[in-house]
Design a protein around this ligand. Structure first.
Ligand code: 2IT
Length: 449
């Protein structure tokens, strides 16, 4: 068998089935492009059609979500849950509430989640869900009615041993609270069927911080392979949600200097760097007042708000995209490299276009894929499930120690797999191979189901 021909035929057949699902195909292509040597060394994966089985979600639930706004007007949104792969454990993954949500985007995210969860070393399958509902501009009562309606259908399909949703874009502790409340009412069962709960009713300490902190820990681990550290490094972040803000916080604690960041409205260039006082302002602005970072530009001298502009032209050594898929394209990658970027650590899922990723690979900078470097969030979700099962709470320090250990393990397993398959230092290949093999072997063990 010629593996390259097999893979080309496999990808062509997949694209033909659902030609419109571009972002899902992109995610599949990215994983498959790392696997040629794995398939050559282990022909059983080809014989047993593991790839063909893996790209087909085990189940997709698609449903109507009707709700009423504060004026009594009726709206109808679409709800989805893509239960992608349960070879390693119950389906696990976030819920995204954003106007861009489609079956295609959730298939991409559920596919990525399967490999990411595999990398965490925890017993978690992969899934993702959401709705084309945008929480921005809605009152709390409207968000609550929407979440209740969403769960009125979804509760049939989730559960502590079946599928455990969490938050994602547009879905934070408030939305998880409304969904959990309705789930509990309908099932009469107080179990950890969601993660990302508030710590006063079952949530894990450090869950909100976990993805962002994990990104910074991963960058630290990557830099250490070149006898370097975050100390004094200029850093850029893109998204300004949970991931971005807590990545900023940990980068600062580890000695980095954050000089640029972005939200939906534009970006900030702050040559003085963010400090504790500015970070506190930003947290209040984003998490409490739900405002735009435009205000940061007027509040702090020397900082500059750049309407509608991304931050990638701001010179930096470490860049962490933390907003959404395909947010960083080839010209942006070239600019980052020209300006001296030595480490690109992905905080969002598939933020770099394939062309941008090629640029970073060709330049041999430290480049980690989101499925490895943003796995801290779902890892602490896994720890939240453990605490719920044991009916205890761990301290921040205990959770943080686990998180650091998990990020270190993921980093090591990426490097070990990349080396084993002759692509040393290639974190993308390493993450894909390590994530794939664990799921593939479990699928083989469990037979044709
Ligand atoms: O993309 C992600 O890893 C998440 N949205 C977190 C999923 C989870 O179950 O905590």
């Amino acid at each position: 068998m010629n593996t390259q021909n097999y893979l080309a035929d496999f990808l062509a057949a997949q694209t033909k089935k659902d030609p419109a699902q571009k972002v899902f195909h992109q995610a599949v292509r990215e994983v498959v492009s790392s696997l040629a040597t794995v398939l050559e060394r282990h022909p059983v994966y080809v014989k047993e059609k593991i790839l063909e089985r893996m790209i087909e979600p085990e189940r997709i639930i698609s449903f109507r979500v009707p709700w009423q706004d504060d004026k009594g007007e009726i709206h109808v949104n679409r709800g989805f849950r893509v239960q992608f792969n349960s070879a390693l454990g119950p389906y696990k993954g976030g819920i995204r509430f954003h106007e861009s949500v489609t079956q295609d985007s959730l298939k991409f995210l559920g596919f990525e989640q399967t490999f990411k969860n595999s990398l965490t070393t925890l017993p978690l399958g992969g899934g993702k869900g959401g709705s084309d509902f945008d929480t921005r501009g809605k009152s709390a009562a409207e968000v609550m009615r929407f979440c209740h309606s969403f769960i009125n259908e979804l509760y049939h399909h989730i559960g502590y041993h079946t599928d455990i949703p969490a938050g994602d874009l547009g879905c934070g502790a408030r939305e998880i609270g409304y969904m959990f409340g309705q789930y509990k009412k309908l099932t009469n069962d107080f179990t950890g069927a969601f993660t990302g709960k508030k710590p006063n009713w079952g949530g894990s300490l450090l869950r909100p911080e976990a993805t962002g902190y994990g990104v910074a820990y991963f960058a630290q681990n990557m830099l250490a392979t070149r006898q370097d550290s975050l100390q004094g490094k200029t850093c850029i972040i893109s998204g300004c949600g949970n991931v971005g803000i807590y990545a900023m916080e940990k980068l600062l604690q580890l000695g980095g200097k954050v000089v640029g960041f972005m939200d939906y409205d534009g970006s900030i260039y702050d040559p003085d760097g963010i400090d504790a006082e500015k970070l506190a302002f930003l947290k209040d602005l984003v998490f409490v007042r739900r405002g735009s970072i435009r205000e940061y530009g007027t509040q702090f001298t020397h900082s500059q708000f750049r309407p509608g502009k991304k931050p990638w032209d701001i010179p930096c050594q470490v860049a962490c995209p933390t907003a959404c898929e395909n947010e960083l394209d080839e010209p942006a990658a070239k600019t980052l490299l020209q300006n001296g970027c030595i480490c690109l650590c992905e905080g969002s899922n598939m933020p770099c276009t394939p062309q941008a990723a090629n640029q970073f690979q060709a330049a041999s900078i430290l480049y980690s894929p989101g499925k490895a470097s943003n796995a801290g969030g779902v890892a602490v979700s896994g720890l939240e499930m453990t605490q719920n099962s044991m009916r205890i709470y761990w301290t921040r320090e205990e959770v943080d120690a686990y998180l650091q250990k998990i990020m270190k393990n993921i980093h090591e397993s990426c490097l070990a797999s990349a080396k084993e398959y002759n692509m040393p230092g290639n974190y993308v290949a390493g993450a894909n191979i390590a994530g794939f093999k664990k799921v593939a072997d479990a699928m083989l063990d469990q037979g044709l189901v």
